[in-house]
Structure formats: structure tokens, C-alpha cells
Design a protein around this ligand. Structure first.
Ligand SMILES: NC(=O)C1=CN([C@@H]2O[C@H](COP(=O)(O)OP(=O)(O)OC[C@H]3O[C@@H](n4cnc5c(N)ncnc54)[C@H](O)[C@@H]3O)[C@@H](O)[C@H]2O)C=CC1
Ligand SMILES: O=C(O)C(=O)Cc1ccc(O)cc1
Length: 360
């Protein structure tokens, strides 16, 4: 199929827009990529070959595809401006906002009868980083990419992101992401703030926080402006999730007050089983489980290189350093392989050459 989406404009070249530019280029080296953002961002994007050319907003009319990778409030504003333009050919328009319902309602109102095909989008991957310097071609790898409707040409253009498309109703999207993406940001931020307040009375809090605290609170470092917009654009759902969670906390208070050993144990057991069975947490729900080896390594110069040299003949798909909180503690190297046999071979080699603890 020849894709007619040849002139592509990305408005907003922050974390998401610039990573998408790299992903689009990976499978479609011949499309012409335009960018629109502030001057400094555009200069960086040009220098790093993320885009071919800068564009102005009025040049939207000469594009085949426009991707709005902007904050939610800016996206609303851009939707309005684009709806006031005249198009001699159909424009495919998509966004990347973390919420979908209000945006789809607005788009349906303003694009009705226009030569604009608006498809809501949301790549379900990101990080607490922002800006053009955080561009990462692998950001969306194996992650779901939500679209509000199927569109072969758009999906083809985005194929180099290596994500998995899923069609979701906008309202349902906001309900689900409200629970598993938006609400956790509130919990993470509350937890660090509660701990900080407590640390005024108990300064040891800052030293005894360990890996669990780190895992629970990473997303508290996310962009506060962005998350304010997300929460405000999914108010009802978030309020409901908070109220529901308060109920769960009240229930656990009661079990503890009553020294109800069985119910407390059931509570943890239930959480453990549910988490173990969540497909999304096993290989991110799209590809089968990674074959992972966890190597406990001392915090010494050259130790990672040593492991890599040992495994030079085995294909490694990913390597990650899971730091611990204490400076003097061993770090954990998480190494992913393509197959069980590669994993076994690697395990034997490391066991034979080092005394590092290894777990699967
Ligand atoms: N950060 C994340 O983890 C994820 C974010 N999203 C969504 O993607 C969108 C973008 O987020 P990020 O890339 O993280 O933000 P970012 O802050 O890294 O980038 C946003 C970019 O948009 C530019 N911008 C703002 N208003 C503009 C306008 N009117 N015209 C042109 N450029 C403008 C900014 O200068 C900035 O470069 C947001 O709607 C967010 O909800 C979706 C998935 C993950
Ligand atoms: O950093 C993380 O773990 C995230 O949860 C990333 C993320 C942030 C915003 C989204 O709309 C989707 C994904």
C-alpha cells in the first residue's frame, strides 16, 4: 500500500512528539517531517535531525498528517485554530493527550462537515522526563497505543514506534486510565509529601526509605503542569477513584484495629495474586514474558563491563540497573534475553566466573 501521508507536521516536540518523530523516521525514512514548537526546541530538533524543516501554524493546510503532541490546554486551543482553516484535501489529524473524552467531544463538535479526519490517540508509554532532549526512539516499544478508531494509513506511519494499537472508546479510555495511570500519580505524590512532613519529626525517614518506597514514588517526579491538566480533564473519574480508595484504606484500618490476622493476610495475598496475574506487568502485556536474569553486583568500577564481556556471545535484548537506595549496597542488574536457553547459558557463564548472586 502506498501511504498518501507524506507531509507530516508534529506540533509540540517535547518528550512524546520528538520520540514519535524518531519512531516515524525509523520505518518511513522518506516522509517529510515538519515541526512546530518554540525557537529553542525547533533548533534542537533540527540539529538532532528529528525533523526536516520548521513550519508555521498556517502551513497546517499543506500537510497530510498533523500530530498534536502538546499539553492538553494547548491541544484544545490548536483544535479550535485548525477547525477555522480551509483544506483543499483531507487532513488526518491526531493528538497524544493522556485523556480522550473531552477532546473527542470537542473534536466532534468543531470538525463536523470539515475536510478533517480527527482520530484521538494516546501512546501508553512515557516517563517523568519532558522536553526535546528526552527524545527516545524506543519509548513506545511494546506499549499499547490507544486510537479512538482504526486508520490504516495512520497506523502504518506509526509502525516504527513498535507499539501495539488498540481501539478504545474515549469515555472508557478515561475511566481505565483514570484508575491505572492518573490516580497512581496522586498516590505517589501524596506518599512523598506525607513522608516529608513526617520526616520533620523523624529525620530518619530520609535514610530508611528503601526500594519499595522508590518503586511506589518514581512517578511523583512527573511534570506537575502536565498532571494538573490531566486530572482537570478527567475530574469525575479521579474523584471517584480517590473515594473508592479511601474506602479501602478505612477497611484496612478496621482489620488492623481488630487485630484481624486472617483478613490482613488475605488483603496482602489478594494484592499479590492480582499483581502476579496482571498481563500488562508481564512483558508489558504485548509480548511474552522477557527471559530475565537478576544479578546482584557490588558497586564497583567496571563490574557491568565485566558482565557484558562474559555475555558477549549471547544476544541480550535489554539491560537495566535497578539501584538500591543505600550507596553502599549492591545494585541489581536486570538482563533480558530472547529465549530460555540464552538465559540458562548466561546464568552458567556468570556463575562459573563470579560469585555474584543470581536470580530468575
Ligand atoms: N509525558 C508522558 O509520559 C506522556 C504524555 N502524554 C501526553 O502527550 C502530550 C505531550 O506531553 P510531553 O511530550 O510529555 O510534554 P513536553 O512538555 O515534554 O512537551 C510538550 C511540548 O509542546 C510544546 N508546546 C506547548 N504548547 C505549544 C503550542 N501551542 N504550539 C507548539 N508547541 C507547543 C512545548 O514547548 C513542548 O516542547 C501531553 O498532552 C501529555 O498528556 C502521553 C503519554 C505519555
Ligand atoms: O512514567 C510512567 O510510568 C507512566 O505512567 C508514563 C505515562 C504518563 C502519561 C501517560 O498518559 C501515559 C504513560
Amino acid at each position: 500500500m502506498e501511504n498518501k501521508l507524506k507531509n507530516i507536521l508534529i506540533i509540540g516536540l517535547g518528550l512524546i512528539g520528538s520520540s514519535m518523530a524518531l519512531g516515524i523516521r525509523r520505518d518511513h525514512p522518506n516522509v517529510k517531517l515538519f515541526g512546530l514548537d518554540n525557537e529553542a526546541t525547533i533548533n534542537t530538533a533540527l540539529q538532532n535531525h528529528l525533523i526536516d524543516q520548521a513550519a508555521r501554524l498556517d502551513q497546517v493546510t499543506m500537510m497530510d498528517l498533523v500530530i498534536l503532541a502538546t499539553p492538553i490546554d494547548a491541544t484544545f486551543d490548536l483544535l479550535t485554530k485548525i477547525s477555522q482553516m480551509n483544506f483543499s484535501h483531507e487532513l488526518v489529524l491526531t493528538d497524544t493527550c493522556s485523556t480522550k473524552n473531552e477532546i473527542m467531544i470537542r473534536a466532534n463538535q468543531i470538525f463536523n462537515g470539515k475536510n478533517i479526519k480527527f482520530i484521538g490517540g494516546h501512546p501508553m508509554a512515557g516517563s517523568h522526563k519532558s522536553g526535546v532532549n528526552a527524545a527516545d526512539v524506543n519509548l513506545f516499544e511494546n506499549a499499547y497505543y490507544v486510537l479512538t478508531e482504526r486508520n490504516e494509513e495512520l497506523q502504518d506511519i506509526l509502525s516504527g514506534l513498535h507499539s501495539k494499537f488498540i481501539i478504545v472508546d474515549p469515555k472508557e479510555h478515561d475511566q481505565v486510565t483514570g484508575q491505572v495511570s492518573h490516580f497512581p500519580h496522586i498516590i505517589a505524590s501524596s506518599l512523598v509529601q506525607q513522608s516529608n512532613t513526617y520526616s520533620k519529626k523523624h529525620p530518619l525517614v530520609n535514610h530508611l526509605a528503601a526500594g519499595g518506597f522508590r518503586d511506589m514514588t518514581r512517578i511523583a517526579e512527573a511534570n506537575s503542569k502536565m498532571w494538573t491538566s490531566v486530572i482537570l480533564s478527567n475530574r469525575q473519574e479521579i474523584i471517584e477513584r480517590i473515594k473508592d480508595f479511601k474506602g479501602d484504606l478505612d477497611r484496612i484500618i478496621k482489620f488492623i484495629e481488630e487485630k484481624d490476622e486472617i483478613r490482613i493476610s488475605e488483603f496482602f495475598d489478594s494484592g499479590k495474586k492480582i499483581r502476579q496475574n496482571m498481563e500488562i506487568l508481564k512483558g508489558r502485556g504485548v509480548i511474552p514474558n522477557f527471559y530475565d536474569l537478576f544479578v546482584s553486583v557490588p558497586d564497583e568500577k567496571g563490574v557491568i563491563l565485566k558482565i557484558l564481556v562474559l555475555l558477549q556471545d549471547i544476544s541480550i535484548t535489554n539491560i537495566k540497573i535497578n539501584e538500591e537506595n543505600r550507596e553502599d549496597i549492591h545494585g541489581q542488574l536486570q538482563i533480558s534475553f530472547k529465549s530460555a536457553s540464552d538465559l540458562e547459558q548466561a546464568k552458567e557463564i556468570i556463575e562459573g566466573a563470579t560469585d555474584f548472586d543470581i536470580a530468575e
